[in-house]
Design a protein around this ligand. Structure first.
Ligand code: F6R
Length: 613
């Protein structure tokens, strides 16, 4: 989604803002812009397309002179990507410039009101309504802070705003509601950004703004106000990871780097939580009495995180015998779910900022449920809002298509399942110990799936099938849940139409689409279901499909009898097998995308952190 950077300091702002914006490119955007405040007022440059277009337009920032400015990468919501719709948006009065992430829900009403007052609009954006609203109040009172405060009272929706006022050179006001914004403390310079990588090169000391917070700052000073306008002291946090973690480090793409980072991310997520052969979960209290009182567990998330929830449904129900339901956050909110104090609602999110997921979390709390978030980004809105949080220690995930966040979320699901099963006594000691031992070796097992032999096989398969038009991912039970994620990866990065079906369901309709040359990727990693799944392979082969089968190494021989290509993965405890099954699917999607010439790290139309509904 959109990215914001703001700078007030002693260096030239434009090159620094361009550099910061380049670190936010991964979030997805379609245009970019800058406003630098110089001796002669605002200098605005905006361009549709990649940041490089803007960079060339302003000669790497040299054309804009001044040490204070705001920059933006825009992911279009109101109005097509265009120069005029790009941010910053400047008020009709010319005195206020605004960059904005989020959506202003009462844009139409604000526009109508301002038009009636004689204010003109030049773009289709909701952001222009904000710029004009602040501009209008400023014309009335001549006070920058007061006009922003008045405007904010009238805005409905989600926003992170960076605002300049022509009459207040050197000062930036930042304010946020339901859209992330951080403040960076420097020496003789201060920053705002929608995400840490944008400013990490310049400072590691940040404060996370809460909803309603306002930061009024220049190069030396900052004042934080809360929603009531009272001064507040914000906690200074130190970012512990380094910029290198958010750079490609020799890999061609972030997606590939993050695929290979999975063993490390899994170790970091699992090891601190295994002590003396038991799971210890960050002080989380889940007593037997509490768990027995639960009528149902809900897992609520979006996209890939939702698919983690689907895996978790199988895993938790099997091990803990508690009815469990996976729900998409965007549906959960509006379906009047039967949720109350007898439910635990587990929220899963890499970014911790996804608008639908955050709204679902609030809804669950409103209905009296206890909430537990599994989140990657420390200090994010979801982490702060949930009753309990368990972090995935995946490190910054930059590629739009998630990989390491997914597998670390799964790892937390395994840990949580074990902790609940132990408390409830629903798992035999032997089984429990085997899963713990499996978890200990999971990172190295992932490493072994990433071996050269598999990589070569997957390269070959990707080359062979990259021109296919349709793909089906089939599997049974936990394999079918992982098929959902494998299929999404292919859609996202390779733009290849793909569907995931439980293998047994195929014959109830979708098999009519199988014809010569349809690609079928079959996951058959569950020993007891192997024969049933190979029957399904035969059914699609009989109708002309090309079949790639991912199975246990020990079953590769029989799989070769029915499939065109096979990839073997090591066996591990069945509960943990989904993690190993997914790795070849991640690589396959990546390789197919490369073969199809797709921009893997910036897939079209997608954004990393979806902060609008
Ligand atoms: C797919 C992907 C998305 C996210 C979804 C939720 O590769 O990354 O489907 O999983 O947008 O995002 P988070 O986990 O940040 O809530």
């Amino acid at each position: 989604m959109c990215g914001i950077v703001g700078y007030a300091g002693h260096h030239q702002a434009a090159p620094l803002l361009l550099d910061g914006l380049s670190k936010l490119e991964y979030r997805g955007y379609d245009s970019a812009g800058l406003c630098v405040q110089g001796e002669n007022g605002f200098q605005v440059a905006k361009a549709k397309g990649r940041l490089q277009v803007l960079r060339e337009q302003v000669h790497d920032g040299q054309d804009l002179i001044g040490t204070v400015g705001i920059g933006h990468t825009r992911w279009a919501t109101h109005g097509a990507p265009s120069d005029v719709n790009s941010h910053p948006q400047v008020s009709d009065s010319g005195r206020i410039a605004v960059v904005h992430n989020g959506i202003i829900e009462n844009d139409a009403a604000l526009r109508a009101d301002l038009l009636a007052k004689g204010v003109s609009f030049h773009s289709e954006t909701d952001t222009e309504a904000v710029a004009n609203l602040i501009g209008w109040y400023y014309e009335q009172c001549g006070d920058f802070v007061a006009s922003v405060r008045q405007a904010v009272k009238r805005i409905r929706g989600s926003y992170a705003l960076g605002i300049l006022c022509e009459d207040n050179p050197g000062t930036i006001i930042a304010v946020k509601q339901d859209s992330p914004l951080i403040f960076g403390f420097g020496k003789g310079e201060n920053f705002i950004a929608s995400d840490v990588p944008a400013i990490l090169k310049y400072t590691q000391t940040v404060a996370y703004l809460d909803d309603g917070d306002m930061a009024i700052f220049n190069n030396e000073y900052v004042t934080f106000l809360n929603a009531a306008g009272e001064p507040v002291a914000k906690q200074r946090e130190t970012i512990t990871w380094e910029l290198a973690a958010a750079e490609r480090g020799g890999y061609d793409h972030f997606m590939l780097k993050e695929i290979y980072e999975q063993p490390k991310a899994l170790r970091a997520t699992i090891s601190p939580r295994l002590m003396g052969g038991r799971v210890v979960l960050d002080g989380l209290e889940l007593s037997k009495e509490y768990l027995q009182s639960l009528k149902k567990i809900y897992l609520v998330a979006c996209g890939s995180a939702y698919y983690v929830s689907v895996v978790a449904k199988y895993t938790i129900e099997k091990a803990c015998r508690i009815p469990t339901e996976a729900m998409m956050a965007s549906e959960f909110r509006y379906c009047d779910p039967v949720v109350n104090e007898h439910n635990l609602v587990i929220i899963i999110s890499q970014s911790g900022e996804t608008a639908d997921t955050l709204a679902a979390l609030r809804e669950a709390k409103r209905r009296g449920a206890r909430t537990l978030a599994i989140v990657n980004v420390v200090g994010s809105a979801i982490a702060k809002t949930a009753d309990d949080v368990i972090y995935t220690w995946a490190g910054p995930e930059i590629a739009v298509a998630t990989t390491k966040a997914f597998t670390t979320q799964l790892a937390v699901v395994y840990l949580l399942t074990l902790a609940m099963a132990e408390a409830l006594g629903t798992m035999s000691q032997e089984d429990y110990t085997q899963v713990i031992q499996g978890l200990e070796k999971l990172p190295e097992q992932v490493e072994s799936v990433l071996c050269e032999e598999n990589v070569k096989k997957i390269d070959y398969v990707a080359k062979r099938y990259c021109d296919h038009h349709d793909a089906f991912y089939i599997g049974r039970n936990l394999d079918s849940a992982i098929c959902l994620e494998g299929s999404l990866k292919l859609k996202e990065v390779a733009y290849l139409h793909s569907e995931a079906y439980p293998a047994g369901e195929l014959k109830h309709g979708p098999i009519s689409l199988i014809e010569d040359g349809t690609l079928v990727v079959c996951l058959a990693t569950i020993r007891e279901l192997f024969e049933k799944t190979t029957s399904n392979i035969k059914e699609v082969k009989a109708r002309g499909a090309d079949v790639v089968c991912i199975t246990l190494e020990e079953l590769e021989g029989p799989a070769e009898q029915v499939a065109d290509s096979t990839i073997g993965i090591p066996a591990i405890h069945p509960m943990l097998q989904p993690t190993l099954a997914l790795i070849p699917l991640q690589l396959l999607a990546y390789d197919v995308a490369l073969n199809r010439g797709c921009d893997v790290d910036k897939p079209r139309n997608l954004a990393k952190s979806v902060t609008v509904e």
